[in-house]
Design a protein around this ligand. Structure first.
Ligand code: HPA
Length: 292
């Protein structure tokens, strides 16, 4: 069994103590952050933000920022994809303290779901109650154009995997988790009020790393997806299970395959992210001010 699938009890094998449980890894990561950031600083964090592809520049604008590279936090996985960054930056926006994760790891890189959610679980474990999950996504719904921002109303987890499988760990939530309201209605309303023209829709999370075929995009549209990407759903599931308030926002970096006449490229995703970063920065800044 993969270590991630082990629950709360430490394991002992023939060779002595075996690998740490998932909870132990989260606890160790949490105490590492407490050492580096101080409990007072962490206690004051009003919102954690996961910055998706091309969106990490948001963290550069934080005031009084303290940066901790993922590599310096025990058990935190290190993102490998160009443009995804990889540090925790704690700082202030409009006087509100936020914690930004300037990158994330994906299943398509070979990580397990529990590894993909370990950073957000650690922040939740430390008491952070609200999370804004951002990503880049391909637009499916009629009317979406590249550069749009779409607030997530719900998701389709089409990865075939979940961060909640394996031996049950009560610290990570109930065994059978209600998912009726994964994305907080109240927080989504606040986010939508931040700027005219924000879209809403359902995000389909797929394994990747290839982009979809046009037939798959037609299928996703039939299933009710408005946008498609390769992240976010597991983080949202893990945080919902831990009782956090979650809000999600997709930057529509391209139109999904078959909807656009052009072939898709990762460079396009990153480039659109850069252009939209200033809009995102305004929206998130406004959001932080509203939820203070
Ligand atoms: N498909 C899947 N993931 C994505 C896309 C896409 O078109 N664009 C950005 N991430």
């Amino acid at each position: 069994m993969h270590d991630c699938l082990r629950g709360g009890r430490p394991r002992f094998g023939a060779g002595g103590m075996s690998a740490a449980t998932e909870l132990e890894q989260v606890e160790r990561a949490a105490s590492c952050l407490v050492d580096k950031l101080s409990p007072a600083c962490l206690a004051d964090v009003k919102l954690a933000i996961v910055l998706g592809s091309g969106l990490k520049t948001f963290a550069a604008g934080l005031e009084d920022a303290i940066e901790v590279p993922f590599a310096d936090v025990s058990h935190w996985p290190n993102p490998a994809v160009e443009g995804h960054g990889g540090s925790l930056v704690v700082g202030a926006v409009r006087g509100v303290r936020v914690a930004c994760l300037t990158g994330r790891v994906h299943l398509y890189e070979g990580w397990q779901p529990c590894e993909a959610v370990r950073c957000v679980r650690t922040l939740r474990h430390l008491g952070v109650g609200r999370f804004l999950l951002t990503n880049a996504a391909g637009g499916i719904a009629d009317g979406l154009v590249a550069g749009d921002l779409m607030v997530l109303t719900d998701h389709l987890n089409l990865t075939g995997q979940s961060p909640l499988t394996g031996e049950h760990e009560p610290a990570f939530g109930p065994r059978f988790t209600d998912q009726s309201n994964v994305y907080s209605t109240e927080l989504s309303r606040e986010l939508l009020a931040c700027r005219d023209g924000l879209k809403t829709g359902c995000y389909a999370g797929l394994l990747g790393p290839s982009y979809e075929t046009p037939a798959e995009v037609r299928m996703l549209k039939t299933l009710g997806a408005d946008a498609v990407g390769m992240s976010t759903v597991h983080e949202a599931m893990a945080l919902n299970a831990m009782g956090a308030d979650v809000v999600g926002m997709s930057l529509i970096s391209n139109l999904a395959a078959g909807i656009s006449k052009q072939p898709l490229s990762h460079d396009e995703v990153i480039e659109t992210g850069k252009h939209a970063a200033s809009v995102m920065t305004q929206v998130v800044g406004e959001f932080c001010g509203r939820i203070a």
